[in-house]
Design a protein around this ligand. Structure first.
Ligand SMILES: *Cc1c(COP(=O)(O)O)cnc(C)c1O
Length: 395
């Protein structure tokens, strides 16, 4: 067997089909809805093997497939299915695993809309019941298991409060009980964490964050074994019409070429910013798994290979007016949702979470009103720290 290809080479090198593309250094965009065949026999053969044939772009498309192959390899999975958004990928993965009246165990600080999908939409449509757990106690998960538990849903680190779950311990427990596991691995990316090698069944990502990296794509992906992904392709992808646009696939391929270098910089800058904030008198606490002060830093070092650039902190101040002043004074950190792009962003989770979740759910997730979230971008890190420093002086 040949040596496994290293991530940077896998992502930066596109020459495998060079002869088909007339030597074009960048693969073309296959912006076509259908493919034609030279004979009855040829289209007949394509239909015999629909999962591997280019017939119609709601199914397989060569541009989209190129990205899928790279992401599957990067995550050490057999196969990947791209989706038009992270939420489409999460919904597809959940529908694949669940049947009516199933029970789900999910971590309580999971991504807000995914929480909403389980407790509002799927609860009503399929009578899905969800038990929320903190995610940091195996006993708590074990005692939440019921006869009809079909799924344990993880997000580690969680993008809301940056708490981790012990992935290997939980997947071992899940396998003993015949339960499938899904993990949202968006925060770490497949570069810094490989959940499929730790026993997870399905890994989902929002490609709108670091994988896209330029804040110009919305996309999602589910990665897993051939059987699961094949079933997701035929059912949740093709039947629900979740087609990924070739242009988006092509942009994602462009983004992936620089993923390893971008992440190196995000990691270096975020650690500097986190250290700066941690030592500032007006900051009560910084939430970043890369800091030694993070309560699960040891687990983080055990199951992750690095840390990205999204973190949160709590100002020593509780007056909402002062938090507003701080946010409004920043120059380089722009106010906006999402994260993982080239640009630095600031956001106060309370603004949107309280519109989607009740006050009780919100508090339960471990977020407080004064939590401020920043995405450390690719600007010069000294400039970013100066921006924070200037804004902190105003409050
Ligand atoms: C953004 C995000 C999603 C949803 O992805 P979309 O591409 O916006 O649909 C899912 N999980 C996490 C952790 C996210 O940050």
């Amino acid at each position: 067997m040949s040596k496994p290809i290293k991530p940077a080479t896998l992502l930066a090198h596109d020459q495998n089909n060079n002869d088909v593309y007339h030597g074009a250094v960048v693969p073309p965009i296959f912006q076509n809805s259908l493919f034609t065949f030279e004979s009855w026999e040829a289209i007949d053969a394509a239909f015999e093997n629909r999962a591997e044939s280019y017939i119609y772009s709601r199914g397989k498309n060569p541009t989209v497939q190129l990205v899928e192959e790279k992401l599957a390899q990067l995550a050490c999975g057999e196969k990947a299915q791209l989706f038009p958004s992270g939420m489409a990928a999460i919904t597809a993965a959940c529908l694949h695993v669940l049947t009516p009246n199933s029970h789900v165990i999910a971590i309580k600080n999971m991504y807000g809309p995914a929480n909403n999908l389980l407790v509002n939409y799927l609860a009503k449509k399929m009578n899905i019941e969800t038990t929320f757990v903190s995610g940091n106690s195996l006993d708590e998960i074990n005692s939440a298991i019921k006869k009809n538990t079909k799924l344990i849903y993880l997000e580690s680190p969680s993008s809301a409060v940056f708490s981790l779950q012990d992935i290997t311990a939980i997947t071992t427990l899940a396998k003993q009980n015949g339960i499938k596991t899904i993990i949202d691995n968006t925060w770490a990316t497949p570069i810094f964490q490989k959940p499929l090698t730790m026993g997870v069944d399905l890994e989902v990502h929002s490609c709108s964050k670091y994988l896209g990296g330029h804040s110009d794509i919305i996309g999602g992906v589910v990665i897993g074994n051939e059987r699961d992904i094949q079933s997701i392709f035929h059912n949740e992808y093709e039947l629900l019409g979740s087609k990924t646009a070739p242009m988006e696939g092509w942009l994602l391929l462009r983004s992936l070429r620089t993923l390893t270098v971008r992440l190196k910089q995000h990691q270096e800058s975020a650690l500097k910013v986190a250290n700066y904030l941690e030592n500032h008198e007006k900051i009560a606490h910084v939430n970043y798994p890369g800091l030694e002060s993070h309560s699960q830093h040891d687990l983080a070092k055990k199951q992750m290979q690095g840390f990205t650039g999204l973190l949160s902190f709590q100002l020593n101040i509780t007056q909402i007016d002062k938090i507003k002043t701080f946010v409004n004074t920043l120059n380089l950190f722009q106010i906006g949702v999402s994260w993982g792009g080239h640009e630095s962003l600031i956001y106060v989770p309370a603004i949107s979470y309280l519109k989607e979740l009740s006050q009780e759910q919100f508090t339960n997730m471990g977020i407080s009103l004064g939590d401020v979230r920043i995405s450390v971008g690719l600007e010069n890190v000294d400039d970013l720290i100066e921006d924070l420093n200037t804004a902190l002086l105003t409050i």
